[in-house]
Design a binder for this molecule. Structure first.
Ligand SMILES: N[C@@H](CCC(=O)N[C@@H](CS)C(=O)NCC(=O)O)C(=O)O
Length: 214
């Protein structure tokens, strides 16, 4: 199947999809949508995703959007090297961990939200950064507790290898570092991030290694 990932090196949601594709060993092409230049609002991109958000994954010409839906589609299409455990209760726990990032942290520190804070709500750059840090720290405080009780091994949160939890965590840790979050308070999350990034497939998805990295 021909896969083309429309995304941006620094986008956390694009990073999630790269991690899932790499973990499954799937080859894909990269189509850069430069978020700084407004590429997400170009007519050619809006035709692929009317939301004007990356990523979009093209699979044999068919378009998929929304990273959670894309990742679940990848998981269902290529079930080997599963990112979700077999047991329904455990699957729900892993999905809850991922959703705490995907629904409750990432959207409120996203580019367009930060821009709106600066443009219309009186925040300067430091104020917008403090906003992002606040929501990441609030979310991470709960995730640290969840992770401590998740029973993972070798640094991983659930089980003894990467799951959807790490697929969501790595990009959020990247953002946390960008915004200057003090990660010392989150040793369990730091350990999971390190364990996952030690795997060559996942390491290759890092933003700084992408063709559009600046
Ligand atoms: N829920 C969507 C969110 C996508 C999203 O927020 N993408 C960001 C980059 S991480 C984006 O395109 N931002 C462009 C903007 O804010 O203008 C998903 O998971 O795919």
């Amino acid at each position: 199947m021909k896969l083309v990932l429309h995304g941006y090196f620094r986008s956390g949601t694009s990073y999630r999809v790269r991690l899932a594709l790499n973990w499954k060993g799937l080859a894909y092409e990269t189509a850069v949508v430069n978020l700084v230049d407004g590429g997400q609002r170009a007519a050619s991109y809006l035709a692929r995703n009317p939301q004007g958000l990356v990523p979009a994954l093209e699979a044999d010409g068919r378009i998929l959007t929304q990273s959670p839906a894309i990742i679940e589609w990848i998981e269902e299409t290529w079930p080997e090297r599963p990112l979700l455990p077999a047991d329904p209760y455990q699957r729900a726990r892993v999905r809850a961990f991922a959703a705490a990032i995907g629904c409750d942290i990432h959207p409120i520190q996203n580019l367009r939200v930060m821009k709106k804070l600066r443009a219309d709500h009186g925040a300067d750059q430091d104020g917008a950064t403090a906003w992002a840090r606040h929501w990441i720290e609030t979310g991470f405080t709960a995730l640290e507790v969840l992770a401590a009780d998740a029973g993972g091994q070798g640094g991983f949160i659930f089980g003894d290898g990467p799951s959807l939890a790490e697929i969501y965590l790595l990009p959020q840790m990247f953002n946390a570092r960008r915004f200057g979050v003090d990660l010392a308070a989150f040793p369990r999350l730091v350990a999971a991030d390190e364990a996952a990034r030690a795997l060559p497939e996942l390491a290759a998805a890092a933003p700084e290694l992408q063709p559009d990295a600046v």
